[in-house]
Design a protein around this ligand. Structure first.
Ligand code: URA
Length: 228
């Protein structure tokens, strides 16, 4: 799809035409602000690109921005983000070492019948695929040593549709070959690794919040161990 065109039903959704041909994170962030690679841009306030520097050693990938992230234009600034940052502290991961982003960079929502509350809707596979070039660019530009997939959408975006959080969480996994190619360049080190865990929003919704939170911290400690 040509840059500038609005995707129509039946079109292949794809952000590729909106990516700059060169530049660093700042250039990509600027270009992402005009992405129309799928229809999600129409109702969101704006693109929420990743936050952090290209020197980050660990990348956290969530699903998509939430209501507060959409308003602020920054990932993980709402309740789920606060919980994640607290868990990072407990796992010994310094925020300055971290880059935060999402598999999908626009907020997808429906408006509650009564009132104006915007209720999160999970992105479709098509929307995830359309947005994937931005995540690949972030992986290439940051080339983190460890990628943490937060929840099923991030896990599927990075490891494919057979990913299951319950089965795959808490272990150091090799990134798939394509991502290894994108992440091997830092000081000639080993290819990047991946740790999957639950999404912090799932902990906020859990009836057993303490145990769920402890599980998140334990998984993050596995990721922290790979940075030592
Ligand atoms: N949930 C996400 O997956 N990402 C955010 O940025 C906020 C909430």
């Amino acid at each position: 799809m040509a840059a500038g065109a609005t995707p129509q039903a039946g079109d292949e959704y794809d952000a590729t035409a909106f990516l700059p041909s060169r530049g660093g994170l700042a250039a990509y962030r600027r270009a992402a602000a005009s992405c129309r690679g799928c229809p999600l841009f129409e109702h969101a306030s704006g693109t929420v690109f990743g936050a952090g520097t290209s020197a980050a050693r660990i990348m956290f990938v969530g699903e998509q921005p939430g209501d507060q992230e959409d308003r602020a234009g920054e990932p993980f600034v709402g309740p789920a983000g606060r919980l994640l940052r607290a868990a990072l502290g407990e796992a010994g991961i310094a925020e300055e070492q971290a880059y935060f982003t999402n598999a999908v960079k626009h907020f997808k929502f429906e408006v509650a019948e009564r009132g104006k509350r915007r209720i999160h809707k999970p992105p479709s596979l098509r929307e995830m695929r359309a947005c994937r070039p931005w995540l690949s660019a972030e992986l290439r530009l940051v080339h983190p040593e460890v990628v943490v997939a937060l929840g099923a959408t991030a896990g599927k975006a990075l490891l494919g549709p057979s990913f299951r959080v319950t089965k795959d969480r808490g272990a150091l996994l090799p990134l798939p070959p394509e991502e290894q190619r994108l992440t091997t360049t830092r000081r000639g080190q080993e290819p990047g690794l991946l740790v999957a865990t639950v999404h912090p929003s799932a902990i906020l919704r859990s009836d057993e919040r303490e145990a769920a939170y402890a599980g998140l911290v334990a998984d993050l400690r596995v990721a922290a161990g790979a940075l030592d």
